[in-house]
Design a binder for this molecule. Structure first.
Ligand code: NAD
Ligand code: UD1
Length: 333
């Protein structure tokens, strides 16, 4: 297939591009590089030994999007482009609503106009809010505590309605759990701007000596050791999930959790990181972070049943690969 990948220079997008190329798909990347680097494109080519087409455009720019659709025969779209910092979405709600929702509408409209019938969307487990774990695709969505989460719930709704009104336009809504790790080459991975908000990049920066100590947000949750539990998924497993999701997309709207189904606490992840990499991570226990839930993990059985996809990589591999990327990344700065 010839696949348009928006946000293909970003963390999850770049790993997915590698897997798409590996599976003999052609890719066109549309990215404005607001949270990624142009060098990533060379890395994707280097790993896969294949070529790709790149447009540096903003996908909220309808005419720029239109010009890509009018000049290429596109079979499907994977829409990663979006802003994703939860805290920032609270202070800049309009930027988040505009970027994440307008982009989805413009791309869906272009697909319908140009009869591009396959659309895969990056959603998030955050749409489940405080449902009971494990989260199952059939659950009612609960309000999230921030505009970022709302943009995911609204984009899902928009795509669902667009598919209902336009038979043939088929949509896969992929709800990611906690993507971590990096490609085993160490060439691409997660490189957040500034001080990381998420656990794994924070830990790798402590390991590197860039940050002094991890702050563990709360040890009084009703969990195995009192710290928050999440379903960490290796980014390459997640990328492979996108390849099957677009290859096997059938008419209608399909929702899939992409997680492992396993919960890991903050202290368990820390322990795994220390053992996998033989590095000590100093930490302090501090207050809970506002907006955090105690436990989040997937019922990942639907993706296995329908798509034959299952996450294969464990927490040790996630820790090892995340650290390998961080080491290499810093050496180049
Ligand atoms: P990322 O920031 O690394 O990648 C997003 C890419 O989109 C970046 O390259 C950025 O430059 C680009 N982009 C943003 N707005 C754009 C626009 N208007 N036009 C063109 N390009 C634009 O993020 P990621 O972690 O790879 O996440 C990809 C998608 O998955 C996002 O939609 C995110 O909300 C979603 N998601 C991520 C996580 C996670 O933990 N990383 C979890 C759930 C869902
Ligand atoms: C965050 C987002 C969520 C998003 C998800 C995946 C928030 C409030 N939520 O979720 O919307 O879908 O990322 O991108 O940002 N932790 C520490 N110390 C740290 C960082 C994290 O103890 O420095 C703990 C957290 O309290 C949590 C766990 O580690 O228990 C994972 O945190 P994080 O990586 O930020 O992901 P989520 O909170 O699941």
């Amino acid at each position: 297939m010839n696949i348009l990948v928006t946000g293909g220079a970003g963390y999850i997008g770049s790993h997915t591009c590698v897997e798409l190329l590996k599976n003999n798909h052609s890719i066109i990347i549309a990215d404005n590089l607001c949270n990624s680097k142009i060098e990533t494109l060379d890395r994707i080519k280097q790993i896969s030994n294949k070529e790709l087409t790149f447009y540096q455009i903003d996908v909220t720019d309808a005419s720029a999007v239109e010009s890509i659709f009018s000049s290429h025969q596109i079979d499907g779209v994977i829409h990663f482009a979006g802003l994703k910092a939860v805290g920032e979405s609270v202070s800049k709600p309009l930027e988040y609503y505009y970027n994440n929702i307008v982009s989805t509408m413009i791309l869906a409209k272009a697909c319908i106009t140009y009869k591009v019938n396959k659309f895969v969307f990056s959603s998030s487990a955050t749409v489940y809010g405080e449902n009971k774990v494990p989260f199952v695709e059939t659950m009612d969505l609960l309000p999230t505590t921030n505009p970022y989460g709302e943009t995911k719930a609204m984009s899902e709704r928009i795509l669902r309605d667009a598919a209902k009104a336009n038979p043939g336009f088929s949509v896969s809504l992929l709800r990611y759990f906690n993507p971590v790790g990096a490609h085993e080459s160490g060439l691409i991975g997660e490189a957040p701007n500034g001080i990381p908000n998420n656990l794994m990049p924070y830990v790798t920066q402590v390991a590197k000596g860039k940050l002094e100590k991890l702050r563990v947000f709360g040890n009084d949750y009703p969990t195995v050791d009192g710290t928050g539990v999440r379903d960490y998924i290796h980014v390459v497993d997640l990328a492979e999930g996108h390849v099957v999701a677009i290859e096997k997309l059938t008419e209608g709207v399909h929702i899939y959790n992409l997680g492992t189904g396993q919960g890991t606490s903050v202290l368990q992840l820390l322990q795994a990181f220390q053992e996998a990499n033989n590095i000590k991570i100093p930490y302090d226990i501090v207050d809970r972070r506002s907006g955090d839930i105690a436990i989040c993990y997937a019922d990942a059985s639907k993706a296995e049943r329908d798509l034959g996809w299952k996450a294969k990589r464990g927490v040790n591999e996630m820790c090892r690969d995340a650290w390998r990327f961080e080491k290499g990344y810093d050496e180049e700065q």
